[in-house]
Design a protein around this ligand. Structure first.
Ligand SMILES: [Zn+2]
Length: 259
């Protein structure tokens, strides 16, 4: 009896193994994107390609790209759709708290269908990372909170509620000033509260910068960053009232106090 049960388990795990591990990536090729998927439904895959195309236009104009030739054929971005969170974490080798990841250098996005707000948040966020790096280049030295804040700004709801989350952090003294946030790195083992705080502050400060000082100035700032000088130089030359990140931090906290 025992042997029988064991052989059934072995048989079942072999069955599961063939459906989960041996699944090959299938491709869906469009002009600007290639979507790779395993078992995701095809209409979902089509929607990913179509929605990405729309975001691509929206985000490039959001970031002030002019005369932009775009990604065609061998420059297409690749979007890998893992079957689910477990598949993404194990075969995609990603942190459990992450729902999507972008590698701007090779224009690759990895995510899964049940990722948090797939079409409204995850997709525009990860596309935002790639397009933003195309704009500022890889020489630009920028803090991670700025890079994340810009990606969140591309999300439909722009992390609505981020200002309130930061106000709460200021009140209960868990708030991290930008100087501290700059040296904070997120790892697989980082605790959830710190991850939430990091993203809330990133979204809030970039929203503040764009809503208070305008989209055009922000685009000028991004172009300045492309030159590769220190972040505070670019800040000082475009936002004259901010000599450095501390000045930006003060103005942002004051704004949150008064709003
Ligand atoms: Zn991100």
């Amino acid at each position: 009896m025992k042997i029988k049960i064991i052989s059934i388990i072995v048989f079942l795990s072999v069955l599961c193994g063939t459906s989960v591990f041996a699944a090959e990536w299938k491709e869906y090729k469009r002009q600007h994107f290639i979507v790779y998927y395993k078992n995701a439904p095809f209409d979902f895959v089509e929607a990913v390609a179509e929605t990405s195309r729309q975001y691509y236009t929206e985000i490039t104009s959001n970031l002030g790209f002019t005369r932009y030739k775009g990604w065609n054929w061998d420059e297409r971005a690749k979007i890998y759709i893992y079957d689910n969170a477990d598949d993404y974490v194990t075969s995609g080798k990603q942190a459990r708290w992450s729902h999507g990841v972008a590698s701007p250098r090779d224009k690759v996005i990895r995510t899964f269908p049940s990722a948090h707000g797939f079409f409204d948040s995850t997709l525009p966020h990860e596309l935002g990372h790639i397009i933003f790096r195309e704009l500022i280049g890889f020489k630009a030295r920028i803090p991670a909170w700025f890079e994340e804040g810009v990606a969140m700004y591309q999300e439909k709801a722009r992390r609505w509620g981020a200002h309130d989350a930061v106000r709460k952090a200021i009140a209960d003294e868990t708030f991290k000033p930008l100087k501290e946030l700059t040296i904070t790195s997120l790892r697989r083992t980082t605790n959830k509260d710190l991850i939430h705080l990091f993203y809330a502050e990133s979204a809030s400060v970039v929203n503040f910068l764009i809503s208070e000082y305008g989209q055009q100035r922000f685009v000028r700032f991004c172009r300045k960053l492309k030159e590769g000088g220190p972040f505070s130089w670019a800040l000082d030359s475009v936002y004259v009232r901010f000599k450095n990140v501390d000045d930006l931090n003060k103005a942002w906290v004051r704004y949150l106090d008064n709003e």
